[in-house]
Design a protein around this ligand. Structure first.
Ligand SMILES: Nc1nc2c(c(=O)[nH]1)N[C@H]1C(S)=C(S)[C@@H](COP(=O)(O)OP(=O)(O)OC[C@H]3O[C@@H](n4cnc5c(=O)[nH]c(N)nc54)[C@H](O)[C@@H]3O)O[C@H]1N2
Ligand SMILES: Nc1nc2c(c(=O)[nH]1)N[C@H]1C(S)=C(S)[C@@H](COP(=O)(O)OP(=O)(O)OC[C@H]3O[C@@H](n4cnc5c(=O)[nH]c(N)nc54)[C@H](O)[C@@H]3O)O[C@H]1N2
Ligand code: SF4
Ligand SMILES: [Mo]
Length: 905
C-alpha cells in the first residue's frame, strides 16, 4: 500500500493543532504538524508528535462485551445483542421509574456530532436533563464566568493576540506542559518583543515561570483576593478606562465598595506575596497598551471557580482591555472539544446553541426544532451530584462515554462504590484497560483518533474538520454511530410508530442539523459545513450563513450579549478554599499535569517513551518540608486526606512552597495503587458545580514496608500488565510504568510489610518468564532476598528483585543499554544486593529530558559541563530543537550549571 497523508487534528489539548496523519489505509505510520493549520502552523508538542506511537492494539476495546451479573465476567457479544440488551434495560427502567432514573456522563473529548446525538437522545427521546460531561471538572467555571460577566460563553480572543499583547498574565495555567504549542508562540513573541511583560500567577514555580518577568507564588485558592487587590490599586491610581466603563459596563459601584477593603497590605498577607510584587503587577496591567490574560485549571477547579473567573474579567472591564488586538480574557480550554461540548449543550444545565435548560423559551425553541412536544424542565444532575446520587438507587442505568470517572473524579472511594452500586453501567470506550472498564456491565468499543470523522472547536472558537485516516480496529465504531444505533432501538420501544429522530447516516448530516440550532445565537455556525471547512480551512465562529470568513475577535463594538448590552462587573467577595491547613492535615495538596502524559493515561500510558521524562508517581515537596518530615527523596509515605490515602514516593522540588505538596493527576489505580484521586475532594463551586480538584488538606504518615519488589519484562507490555497488575494487588504499594523506546518493557515497583507467600512470587515469576530457561537466579531465603534475571542473546529480557531492590536502577540501565556482561553475572550469583561499586552508575538511572530527540539529563549535563550554551546544545545534541517543551528545563539546568552527579533521578 502506498503511504498517504490525511489532514486531521490532534486529539489531546484545546490548542487544537492540525496534524497530518501518515498511513497506508490500514495503519497509522507517522504524524507531523499541519503547516496549513492556523492553530499551530506545523508545530506539534511531544504528545502530538508521538500520537502514532500510542494506542497499542493490545489495550484497545475491540468487541462489545456484556455481563449479566455483577459477579460474572464480561463475555464477547455482537453489536445487535449488545444494543438490544441496553435498549431493553433503558426502556424498562424509564417505564418503571421515569426518565430521570437514567443518566449520561460524557466527555469533552467527543466530537461535536457525537455530542449532538447524545443531547438529542437524552433530552428529546428519554426526556431527561441527566446528561453531563467531564467538562464539569474542567471548564464549567469558565462557562459561568463568561456568561455572568459578558453574557455568553464565548472566549473573545484569538491566538494571534498572544503575539500582539504588551502584557500577558498567565494565571493558574502551566502552559508549557498543558498548551505547549501556544506557549512556544508566546515565547517567540517575547523574544521578538522583549518589552512585552509576562506575569505568571501560580502557587508553584513551574517551567512556565521561566518566561515570566514576574511570578506571584500566591497561596492556593487566594486568586479572588489578588484580583480585587489589583483592582483596588487600578482604581486608586486611576489606571482605568472611564469611557469604556461608562459606555459599556454596569455594576462598578457595588464592586468598588467591595474592593475598597482589599488594601495592598491585607491582600499581600492573604496571598502570601509582597506588597511590592502586587503593586508591580497592577502597574504593568494598568499601564499596558494591551493586556491579555490566559487561565486554566488553577482558576476553574476551585470552590470559588466562578468568582475567580469573574474577578479576573473585572480587570479587563475596568481597563477596557477587551475586543481589541492583544487584549481580552482568554480562557484556555483543556480538552480538544470542550468548546464543542459547551456549544451543543453538553452540561446538564445547558441546551444546544448556548441555551439554558432552565429557560422555558429555550426549551420550546429546541423542542420545536426537534419536532417533539416538549423538553424536560426538571434540572439534571451535574457530574459530582450524579455520582453522589448513585448509591441512593435513584439512577438505575448509567451510560458513560469517552471518560474514565473511576480515575478522574475526586473522592474515588465514593465514586467506585457508586459505580459498583449502579445496577446497569454502559461504557463506550476506545481502550479496554481503563479503571472504569472494570465496572462496566456493557463495554462498547469506540473508534478513536484517526479512525473517525466529525468536527471540533478549539480554544479560539475555531472549528476544524477531524478526518478519518484508517478503519477502526476490531468491531469498534464511531461514537455518534453507536449513540444513533442505540437511540433508534430505544425509540422503537418508547415511541413506536413515530418517525425517527435519529435518521442520520453520516457525521456531516448531524452537523447540518445541529447548526440550525445555532442560527441567530451568539455562536452562529449556520454558514459552516464539513465541505466548507474542507474548502476554506478551519474557521472561527460566529460564522453565520452568507459570510466568507470567520470572526477572530468578539466585542470590538463594545456591545455584549446581556439584556442591557453592557458587560457586568461582578462583586463576589473572596472566600477561602474549603480545606484550610490545620493541625491534623497540615499540608495543601495541589494536583496537575505532567508534560508527556494525558489524563488517565489510557493512550499515553501505552507509549514507553512518554515515561522517559517522569516515569512514576512522585509527590513533590519543598526541601524544607522534606527535612521537617524527616524524609529523603524516594522514601515511601502514606498521603492521607479526610477521604482516603495513597502510598507514594516523595521527591524534592523547590518550586513547591513549604506547607504544600504537588502530585500529578495522571496516576489512576492501574499505575499507582489507589490512584491520586483517592485523596481529593468533591466540594464544588456553588454556581459552576466544578469540584475543587486543586486543593485538598493532607498529611504524610510514615510507612514501614521493608519488603520490596522490582520487576521488568520486555515485550507484550499490555498482556503482562493485564496479568501482573492484579497479582500485585496484594502489596501495599504498587507502581507500574513503561520504560525504553525501541523495545518497550513493563516496570513494576512494589513494597509490602512482609514477604508474600512463595506461591504468589512464583506466579509473578511465571508471568515474567523467570521460572525456567536462560535465567540466572540467586535466593537467600533467610534474608528473604531473591534476584532473577533472564538473559537471551546477550541481553537482559526480564528482571525480578525481591526483598531488597538496591540494584534496580543499575539493572534497568543495563537492560536499556542491552548489556549483560561478566560484572552482571558475578553480581547475580553473589549474596550482595547493592549494585557493584565499579559499575560507575552509582545506582542512578538515565532520565529523558528531551523526548523528541531522546536526550537524557545526563547528556545535557555533560554538555553544560563542557561549556555548551542553549544554541550549541540544541545543535549538537538536538535537545529542545523539535517541539521545544523541554527548553525551559534546559535553560534552568544552564542557569544552575548543574553537574551530572546532582541530576534528578
Ligand atoms: N500534558 C498535558 N497537557 C494537557 C492535559 C494533560 O493531561 N496533559 N490535559 C488538558 C486538559 S483537559 C486541561 S483542563 C488542561 C489543564 O491545564 P493547566 O490548568 O495549565 O494544568 P494543571 O497542571 O492542571 O494546573 C495548572 C496550574 O494551576 C496551579 N494552581 C493550583 N492551585 C492554584 C490556585 O489556587 N491559583 C492559581 N493561580 N493556580 C493554581 C497549579 O500549580 C498548576 O501549575 O491541560 C490540557 N493539556
Ligand atoms: N486530581 C485531579 N483530577 C482531575 C484533574 C486534575 O487537575 N486533578 N483534572 C480534571 C480534568 S480538567 C479533566 S478534563 C478530567 C479528565 O478525565 P477523563 O475524562 O477521565 O480523562 P481521560 O483519561 O482523557 O478519559 C477519556 C477516556 O476516553 C477514552 N477515549 C479516547 N478516545 C475515545 C473515543 O474516540 N471514543 C470514546 N468513546 N472513548 C475514547 C480514553 O481511552 C479515556 O479512557 O480529569 C479531571 N480530574
Ligand atoms: S499543543 Fe500538543 S497536545 Fe495540544 S493540540 Fe497541539 S500537539 Fe496536541
Ligand atoms: Mo480538563
Amino acid at each position: 500500500m502506498p503511504r498517504q497523508s490525511t489532514a486531521s487534528t490532534c486529539c489531546y489539548c484545546g490548542v487544537g493543532c492540525g496534524v497530518l496523519i501518515e498511513h497506508d489505509d490500514r495503519q497509522i505510520l507517522g504524524v507531523s504538524g499541519d503547516p496549513a493549520h492556523p492553530a499551530n502552523f506545523g508545530k506539534l508538542c511531544s504528545k502530538g508528535a508521538s500520537l502514532h506511537l500510542t494506542g497499542d492494539p493490545g489495550a484497545r476495546a475491540l468487541y462489545p462485551e456484556l455481563r449479566l451479573g455483577k459477579d460474572l465476567p464480561r463475555s464477547r457479544c455482537d453489536w445487535d445483542s449488545a444494543l438490544e440488551h441496553a435498549a431493553g434495560i433503558f426502556a424498562q427502567t424509564i417505564a418503571e421509574h421515569g426518565p430521570d432514573s437514567v443518566a449520561f456522563y460524557i466527555s469533552g473529548q467527543l466530537l461535536t456530532e457525537d455530542y449532538y446525538a447524545f443531547n438529542k437522545l437524552a433530552r428529546a427521546l428519554v426526556g431527561t436533563n441527566n446528561i453531563d460531561s467531564n467538562s464539569r471538572l474542567c471548564m464549567s467555571s469558565a462557562v459561568v464566568g463568561y456568561k455572568r460577566s459578558l453574557g455568553a460563553d464565548a472566549p473573545p480572543c484569538s491566538y494571534e493576540d498572544l503575539e500582539l499583547s504588551d502584557c500577558v498574565m498567565i494565571v493558574g495555567s502551566n502552559m508549557v506542559y498543558a498548551h505547549p504549542v501556544l506557549f512556544r508562540r508566546l515565547e517567540q513573541a517575547k523574544s521578538q518583543r522583549p518589552q512585552m511583560k509576562v506575569l505568571v500567577i501560580d502557587p508553584r514555580r513551574t517551567d512556565t515561570c521561566d518566561l515570566a518577568d514576574l511570578h506571584l507564588a500566591i497561596l492556593p485558592g487566594t486568586d479572588v483576593a489578588l484580583f480585587h487587590g489589583i483592582l483596588h490599586l487600578l482604581l486608586w491610581e486611576d489606571w482605568i478606562d472611564r469611557d469604556f466603563i461608562r459606555e459599556h459596563t454596569e455594576g462598578l459601584a457595588e464592586l468598588k465598595a467591595l474592593v475598597r477593603d482589599y488594601t495592598p497590605p491585607m491582600v499581600a498577607q492573604l496571598c502570601g506575596i509582597s506588597v511590592e510584587y502586587l503593586q508591580q503587577c497592577a502597574q504593568w496591567i494598568g499601564n499596558a497598551a494591551s493586556f491579555l490574560s490566559l487561565w486554566c485549571m488553577g482558576l476553574n477547579q476551585s470552590s470559588a471557580g466562578s468568582a475567580k473567573n469573574s474577578a479576573l474579567i473585572n480587570l479587563h472591564l475596568a481597563t477596557g482591555q477587551i475586543g481589541r488586538p492583544g487584549a481580552g480574557p482568554f480562557s484556555l480550554t483543556g480538552q480538544p472539544n470542550a468548546m464543542g461540548g459547551r456549544e451543543t449543550g453538553s452540561l446538564s444545565n445547558l441546551l444546544p446553541g448556548h441555551r439554558e435548560a432552565a429557560d422555558p423559551e429555550h426549551r420550546a425553541e429546541v423542542a420545536a426544532y426537534w419536532g417533539v412536544e416538549q423538553l424536560p424542565a426538571h434540572p439534571g444532575l451535574s457530574a459530582i451530584e450524579l455520582f453522589e446520587q448513585l448509591p441512593s438507587g435513584r439512577i438505575k442505568a448509567l451510560w458513560i462515554a469517552c471518560t474514565n470517572p473511576a480515575q478522574s473524579l475526586p473522592d474515588q472511594n465514593t465514586v467506585r462504590a457508586a459505580l459498583q452500586a449502579c445496577p446497569f453501567v454502559v461504557l463506550q470506550e476506545a481502550f479496554a484497560t481503563t479503571e472504569t472498564a472494570a465496572f462496566a456491565d456493557l463495554l462498547l468499543p469506540a473508534a478513536s483518533w484517526g479512525e473517525k470523522e466529525g468536527t471540533v472547536t478549539n480554544s479560539e472558537r475555531r472549528v476544524s474538520h477531524v478526518r478519518q485516516a484508517v478503519p477502526a480496529p476490531g468491531e469498534a465504531r464511531p461514537d455518534w454511530a453507536i449513540t444513533l444505533d442505540f437511540a433508534q432501538r430505544l425509540e422503537r420501544r418508547l415511541r413506536p410508530g413515530l418517525p425517527s429522530l435519529f435518521d442520520f447516516t453520516c457525521a456531516a448530516q448531524l452537523f447540518d442539523e445541529y447548526k440550525g440550532l445555532t442560527q441567530g445565537r451568539d455562536l452562529d455556525l449556520s454558514g459552516l459545513s464539513h465541505q466548507l471547512i474542507d474548502r476554506l480551512g478551519p474557521q472561527q465562529w460566529p460564522f453565520p450563513n452568507g459570510v466568507t470568513q470567520g470572526t477572530p475577535r468578539l466585542y470590538g463594538n463594545g456591545v455584549f450579549p446581556t439584556a442591557s448590552g453592557r458587560a457586568r462587573f461582578i462583586a463576589d467577595p473572596y472566600v477561602a478554599a474549603k480545606e484550610q491547613r490545620d493541625a491534623r492535615f497540615p499540608l495543601t495538596l495541589i494536583t496537575g499535569r505532567l508534560r508527556d502524559q494525558w489524563h488517565g493515561m489510557s493512550r499515553t500510558g501505552t507509549a514507553a517513551q512518554l515515561f522517559g521524562h517522569v516515569s512514576e508517581a512522585l509527590l513533590s515537596l519543598h526541601p524544607d518540608e522534606l527535612r521537617r518530615q524527616r524524609l529523603r527523596e524516594g522514601d515511601l509515605v502514606s498521603l492521607k486526606s479526610r477521604r482516603g490515602s495513597v502510598i507514594v514516593a516523595v521527591a524534592r522540588d523547590d518550586g513547591v512552597r513549604p506547607g504544600q505538596a504537588f502530585l500529578p493527576m495522571h496516576w489512576g489505580d492501574r499505575f499507582l495503587k489507589g490512584g491520586v484521586n483517592a485523596v481529593t475532594q468533591s466540594a464544588f463551586d456553588p454556581l459552576s458545580k466544578q469540584p475543587e480538584l486543586k486543593h485538598s488538606g493532607v498529611r504524610l504518615e510514615p510507612v514501614q514496608l521493608p519488603w520490596q519488589l522490582f520487576a521488568l519484562i520486555e515485550g507484550e507490555v499490555q498482556a503482562h500488565f493485564k496479568v501482573l497488575r492484579p497479582l500485585c494487588e496484594a502489596f501495599a504499594y504498587v507502581s507500574f510504568s513503561l520504560s525504553g523506546r525501541e523495545r518497550p518493557a513493563l516496570v513494576i515497583r512494589a513494597a509490602h510489610q512482609e514477604a508474600p507467600l512463595p506461591a504468589l512470587l512464583k506466579l509473578i515469576d511465571q508471568q515474567l518468564g523467570l521460572e525456567g530457561g536462560p535465567v540466572l537466579a540467586y535466593d537467600d531465603p533467610r534474608r528473604a532476598i531473591g534476584k532473577r534475571v533472564r538473559i537471551e542473546q546477550g541481553r537482559i529480557t526480564a528482571i525480578r528483585l525481591a526483598g531488597e531492590t538496591l540494584a534496580q536502577h543499575w539493572l534497568q540501565q543495563l537492560w536499556l543499554e542491552g548489556r549483560a556482561d561478566e560484572q552482571l553475572r558475578r553480581w547475580l550469583l553473589a549474596p550482595m544486593s547493592a549494585p557493584p561499586q565499579a559499575s560507575g552508575l552509582g545506582g542512578t538511572r538515565q532520565r529523558t529530558l528531551c523526548n523528541c530527540k531522546n536526550v537524557s539529563y545526563q547528556a545535557v549535563g555533560a554538555g553544560i559541563a563542557e561549556g555548551l550554551d542553549l544554541e550549541q546544545l540544541q545543535q549538537q545534541l538536538g535537545c529542545g530543537s523539535q517541539c521545544g517543551s523541554c527548553v525551559p528545563e534546559i535553560k534552568r539546568l544552564l542557569a544552575a550549571a548543574v553537574q551530572p552527579a546532582s541530576l534528578p533521578v
